[in-house]
Design a protein around this ligand. Structure first.
Ligand code: PLP
Length: 367
């Protein structure tokens, strides 16, 4: 039999019919779609800052024009705030786009990539579309990435190492000492990627800022952050990369599409940065509700992970798939952890106070 010529072997070998694991369409929901409580995608339950909404409305009048392909205003604002050269800030259509591109710039087919598990599904897609051999490293019991395990998994074929802090779906964060270990041990032949999608939540919880530590790394590195979580802007798709060098920045520039962040998104993210009171409101409210959900889960006999993110995972006495389905019957969407050994683990995105009330009441019936 002759080998097919389309699609490429790498794409052919991906799991068939793979779809983004969103589960956002509630099937057979007893409540109308607009009443469904979406506690499954780590979205903010709070609308974005009114300043950002106004900026996006104004920008909408100009969408006959292409967006600024160099994202000048937004990239400059991020560079100033973070304290890096503007050339080292690369914007993406969500950090999701940047994650796949991290693989495109670092992996040849057959190369090894070290990733935590369970962690963000985008990493596995990055490995699959780039034809990498994925080496999975189980997270630690404290819900954070296992840095020692990641280091032990590195070989001379490793070209990409991904670490997330706080880790999604478990919520554990890493202190400076752990990032220092990673920086010291990852060889220059591998690209070190630190995913800080929940950066603002980590800082709010008293966590460390890892930029200065990453800047000590000798090899290629990048940090990814996003406007999707703490800024409440998941719908406009803006993530950013802090590239460790010109070489890393140039590589990301070479593979991206030219107009990857649209006019409305650039305006909204920039305006959102001027309203940090709004971000603080979201972070404070998230902590309040996270504590309530954590206590509620414990009371119901579950074992929640110590999360600092806008989500919380917990081990329960029943299969997570059943809990997810039963809660759907109450009009509440949550998600479950993927991977062997995690069959009884659920993940709940932190909603508003009303969501917590409804969730805890429903969980009482379901568990
Ligand atoms: C949500 C999330 C992202 C992706 O965010 P975008 O919306 O694509 O910017 C990346 N990494 C982790 C760990 C996440 O949880």
């Amino acid at each position: 039999m002759t080998e097919p010529t389309f699609p490429t072997k790498i794409i052919r070998n991906m799991p068939a019919g793979r779809r983004p694991p969103t589960g956002r369409d509630a099937k057979a929901s007893p409540v109308p779609p607009e009443k469904v409580r979406r506690l499954n995608l780590n979205e903010s339950p709070h609308p974005p800052s009114p300043v950002a909404v106004k900026a996006m409305q104004d920008a909408a009048a100009n969408v006959n024009r292409y967006p600024d392909p160099s994202w000048h205003n937004l990239a400059s604002a991020i560079a100033d705030r973070v304290g890096v050269p503007v050339e080292h800030v690369i914007l993406g259509n969500g950090s999701d786009e940047l994650i796949v591109n991290a693989g495109r710039i670092s992996l040849e087919p057959g190369d090894e990539m070290v990733v935590p598990v369970p962690s963000f599904p985008g990493y596995y897609k990055c490995g699959a579309v780039n034809g990498a051999e994925m080496v999975m490293v189980q997270i630690r019991d404290d819900a954070s990435c296992d840095v020692d395990g990641i280091i032990a998994a590195i070989t001379d074929k490793t070209r990409l190492v991904i670490c997330a802090t706080p880790n999604n779906p478990t919520g554990g964060m890493l202190p400076t000492a752990e990032i220092e270990k990673l920086v010291a041990a990852v060889p220059e032949s591998a690209f070190l990627l630190l995913d800080e999608a929940y950066y603002e939540f980590a800082i709010h919880a008293g966590g460390d800022d890892h930029l200065a530590t990453m800047q000590k790394h000798k090899g290629p590195w990048a940090i990814f952050r996003t406007f999707s979580k703490a800024y409440g802007l998941a719908g406009i798709r803006v993530g950013y990369c802090i590239a460790g060098s010109d070489e890393v920045a140039d590589a990301f520039q070479n593979v991206r599409s030219v107009f990857n962040v649209n006019v409305v998104a650039q305006a909204g993210a920039l305006a959102a940065m001027s309203d940090m009171d709004h971000v603080k409101m979201i972070l404070d409210a998230t902590k309040t509700e996270r504590d309530r959900i954590s206590a509620g889960l414990t009371e119901l006999g579950c074992a929640p992970f110590p999360s600092v993110g806008n989500f919380i995972a917990a081990k329960c006495d029943r299969p997570a798939a059943d809990i997810v389905a039963d809660l759907q019957g109450h009009g509440i969407l949550i998600s479950s952890l993927m991977g062997a050994g995690y069959e009884n683990y659920i993940r709940i995105t932190i909603g508003d106070a009303d969501d917590t009330d409804a969730l805890l009441a429903a969980l009482k019936e379901v568990l």
